[in-house]
Design a protein around this ligand. Structure first.
Ligand code: HEC
Ligand code: HEC
Length: 551
């Protein structure tokens, strides 16, 4: 093949155009590179930070601080605010104002953002979540027990320790509730809380088309990227994560309702290991349960952990209701699971702060009058009957059997919680944190319930591990004389019975939880007989009760 001969002008033009092309290429590629770098930098600044809201005061950290769980399960902040407004039908109707749903349904855009947020909070209150008032006299943004962290480019929220270990006390129905840190979360209905999110995320409405406008009404400051990319993905991810959780933890749909202040601790732990529960009998349909599959327990108090590190034989106390773990730090880590803080993401420093504080953090003293001479009469009775198992007093936990386990045959209380914690679960828990210094090694199967210190016992009603006895006076009666049923979830105190008001069915149209002791797992027998003070004279019981108020 023959090529035409090249002319000199052609060569010059070619060099000219080659230079032009080169310059254009350099300019374009520089611009593109800068653009890409800029976008990467922007993305990094926007999506990489992983930081929780930090609180210097330990009490604030306990109430609102993060233990790391949001990284795993955190709900996008604005979806948290929007959920009750999107799914009011899945909130417990008997705990809501009768017109709540109508107010939510009334044209959303007509309400201001502040009204809309207030409606959202009102919804969460029906699940027993507690809002403190801010300096402006309005409810704070998030309830006690919910923490916030920025991660993956958006604010995310989830439960922390305070959700299950903080509650309120009122002197009368009209008085202001007082927040008490470290006491059992008697008002929080974790059962309904989970049910609410399981159902809401499963609803066909749970999508960006319904949620993003609601976020707008709430005053959500979402920008273009949030609306087109971040939130649509986050909604999808949240739905996916919560539905996965439902598949692991939905066992409670087969159980009798827990009621506020209670959780089936170790069925949840079994959920982590994908325990098969789908074929179990269901309480609501068949009126029967598998005896090993119900272990519903009261939230405990968590004060004064340091004094729990030593019992008569020098070992640490065996704690949890059945005494299945004798290491404080391991109980804390295990508890952190409840906050979604699983091994890879838990914030050990944040948990450590709480752990250190709980070593010596003590319950508040009994705030009502105590008849000192009567209490003094009660003290020797306590020493004689109770101190061996429960410690010398509300602060001195010395006692030959404190922190040991009393066999189920002797204590005679409901055995579901005990039997629910099976040997195989203890073995499985031994694999948690494997390969790290935190590896679990202190869980064991026991055969009874733990003899625990009684610090702040006035705040720990209803009593026994399953919360089946409404007040201390009833606990000092033989089981046959204790109430067969009562109401839970009231924070008004009853100094005469020493416990919370338990005979009132509702307040302002909001129903309290009807606790039926004949249901499996709710039995109120046991802890009775001469050794447990139930055979004392009425006068002696009243003196003993008075003394217990000093704890
Ligand atoms: C989902 C509710 C929930 C959350 C969240 C939770 N706990 Fe607990 N916690 C419980 C329950 C229930 C028990 C009792 C378990 C049992 O024996 O059945 C318990 C037991 C404990 C105990 C042992 C109490 C005793 O004397 O036996 C400690 C200590 C404790 N939790 C601390 C914490 C800390 C610290 C956090 C946060 C990192 C936390 N908990 C988060 C529900 C929770
Ligand atoms: C043999 C040991 C033993 C003796 C003696 C004993 N208790 Fe108990 N006590 C226990 C155990 C174990 C439990 C937990 C039982 C359960 O929850 O099923 C318990 C639970 C309690 C509780 C409920 C704690 C809570 O947080 O719900 C109170 C209150 C209590 N005992 C008070 C007393 C008093 C008062 C006496 C003396 C009159 C006494 N006990 C005698 C072992 C004992």
């Amino acid at each position: 093949m023959k090529y035409p001969e090249q002319q000199p002008e052609d060569g010059a033009r070619r060099i000219y155009w080659t230079q032009k092309a080169l310059t254009a290429w350099i300019v374009t590629s520089t611009v593109v590179t800068l653009l890409v770098l800029g976008m990467l930098l922007y993305a990094a600044i926007r999506f990489l930070p992983n930081r929780a809201v930090r609180y210097d005061a330990i009490q604030e950290h306990f109430k609102y601080g993060s233990t790391g769980g949001e990284v795993n399960l955190g709900f996008p902040y604005w979806i948290w605010q929007a959920a009750p407004l999107l799914c009011p039908d899945y909130l417990p109707a008997d705990r809501l104002a009768p017109d709540y749903r109508a107010r939510v349904a009334a044209h959303a855009a007509r309400d201001g953002a502040a009204e809309r947020l207030a409606l959202s909070r009102e919804g969460y209150k029906s699940l027993g979540l507690i809002y403190e008032k801010g300096l402006d006299g309005r409810d704070k943004d998030l309830p006690v027990g919910v923490s916030k962290r920025r991660n993956f480019g958006l604010d995310r929220v989830f439960l922390n320790c305070a959700a299950c270990h903080t509650s309120t006390v009122r002197d009368t129905p009209d008085s202001e509730p007082r927040l008490v840190l470290g006491m059992p979360a008697n008002l929080f209905d974790l059962n309904r809380f989970e049910d609410f999110f399981f159902r809401c995320t499963d609803d066909e409405q749970f999508n960006k088309h319904a949620l993003l406008p609601e976020v707008g009404y709430l005053g959500g400051d979402l920008d273009l990227l949030d609306r087109t990319l971040v939130y649509p993905n986050a909604i999808w991810l949240m739905r996916d994560r919560v539905q996965f959780l439902a598949s692991r933890l939905g066992f409670f749909y087969k159980q009798p309702a827990w009621g506020p202040g209670r959780v089936d601790t170790f069925s949840n732990a079994k959920g982590i290991f994908a325990w098969p529960w789908k074929n179990l009998p269901g309480w609501s349909t068949e009126r029967k349960v598998d005896p090993e599959s119900v272990g519903t327990a009261d939230f405990p108090s968590i004060w004064l952990q340091a004094a729990r590190k030593k019992r008569a034989d020098g070992a640490q106390m065996q704690l949890h209701w059945d005494g299945n773990n004798d290491k404080v730090e391991e109980r804390n880590l295990s508890a952190a699971f409840g906050t979604g803080a699983l091994p890879p993401i838990i914030d050990h420093a944040a948990v450590g702060r709480i752990e250190d504080w709980l070593l010596t953090f003590a319950p508040p003293p009994y705030p009502y009058p105590i008849n000192a001479p009567l209490a003094a009469q009660g003290e020797p009775l306590y020493q004689r009957y109770c101190a061996d198992c429960h410690g010398n007093s509300g602060r001195d936990f010395t006692g030959a059997r404190v922190g040991f386990v009393t066999p189920i045959e002797a204590i005679g209380t409901d055995r579901h919680r005990l039997d629910n914690y099976v040997y195989d679960l203890a073995v499985n828990q031994g694999t948690l944190y494997a390969g790290t210094p935190y590896r679990f090694s202190h869980f064991r199967k026991t055969y009874g319930y733990a003899n625990m210190p009684l610090d702040g016992i006035w705040l720990r009603a209803p009593y026994l591990h399953n919360g089946s006895v409404p007040n201390l006076r009833a606990l000092l009666q033989r089981a046959g004389e204790r109430p067969l049923a009562f109401y839970r979830g009231n924070d008004v105190y009853d100094p005469a019975q020493v416990g919370f008001k338990a005979d009132i069915p509702e307040e302002n149209g909001r129903k309290f939880f009807y606790f039926d002791t004949s249901i499996p797992g709710n039995g109120n027998r046991g802890h009775e007989g001469p050794a447990y003070g139930t055979d004392l004279s009425d006068g002696d019981k009243t003196a003993l009760l008075e003394y217990l108020k000093t704890f």
